[in-house]
Design a protein around this ligand. Structure first.
Ligand SMILES: C[S@@+](CC[C@H](N)C(=O)[O-])C[C@H]1O[C@@H](n2cnc3c(N)ncnc32)[C@H](O)[C@@H]1O
Length: 224
């Protein structure tokens, strides 16, 4: 059994989380090796653990990408590349994924695994501050899918920047929107930012909004 680096759902017991993983498509060798290599990296330059989506969440991202028929996607907060790999695998061969990250050490790992999976031709990586990289993007061509897993205090700005860059019906995925339950009792600025964003999105008429209680909370925003 492959242990996820991050949030197996904090809502599930360890036994149920094992059952969930055992009931999904098993990770292939590329995913298994990427999970192992990321786990071995243990900490980033700030001494914080390096996170990645759990393999079963990666499977869900891949499926969602296929379900919405996405051809052109953007990921905000690229690390060692598992979520990007999943999205890229869900795209058609002539589709494209733009990845925005700021840590070249981690994304060097990502590039190796994207190449090994044969999806590197579909992925363009840009390094820098996500807010600046997003603001520099033209409004056309519009994205079909956007995935956000980066600085929590930047989420609200990223959602605003994405809105005009998505076509109607386009989907935004926001990861970690339950903050391991701390949205109910925010402990820091990150928790407060997500709690405020969750409340704002629930009444924002521009989006059809659903917060799914999987992993650490995954919000789906469909542009009306
Ligand atoms: C939680 S990790 C993303 C994990 C990813 N979903 C995966 O499965 O590999 C967040 C990443 O976003 C990057 N990041 C955070 N804030 C950012 C920002 N403001 N601009 C660009 N990248 C950012 C961090 O360097 C980190 O690599």
């Amino acid at each position: 059994m492959i242990a996820p680096m991050t949030p197996q759902s904090f809502l599930l017991s360890a036994e149920l989380a094992d059952h969930v993983r055992a009931s999904c498509d098993p990770p292939d060798d590329v995913v298994a090796d990427l999970v192992a290599e990321t786990a071995a990296m243990t900490a980033d330059d700030d001494g914080r653990p390096i996170h990645q989506v759990a393999p079963e969440q990666a499977g869900f991202l891949q499926l969602l990408t296929r379900l919405v028929g996405a051809r052109w996607a953007v990921e905000i907060g690229t690390s060692t590349g598992l979520s990007a790999l999943a999205i890229a695998r869900g795209l058609p061969a002539d589709g494209g994924l733009l990845c925005l990250g700021r840590d070249g050490h981690r994304t060097a790992v990502a590039r190796r695994y994207w190449a090994r999976a044969g999806v590197d031709e579909r992925i363009e990586l840009r390094l820098g501050e996500a807010a600046e990289l997003l603001a520099a993007l033209p409004l056309q061509p519009t994205f079909d899918l956007a995935s956000v897993d980066a600085d929590a205090t930047g989420y609200a700005g990223h959602v605003e920047a994405l809105h005009p860059r998505l076509h109607p019906g386009g989907l935004v995925l926001l990861d970690h929107t339950l903050r391991a339950g701390r949205v109910l009792d925010p402990q820091d600025d990150d928790d407060r930012a997500i709690a405020a964003l969750n409340a704002a999105l629930a009444t924002d008429e521009r989006w059809e909004t659903v917060l799914l209680p999987i992993a650490d909370g995954l919000t789906l925003l469909r542009k009306r």
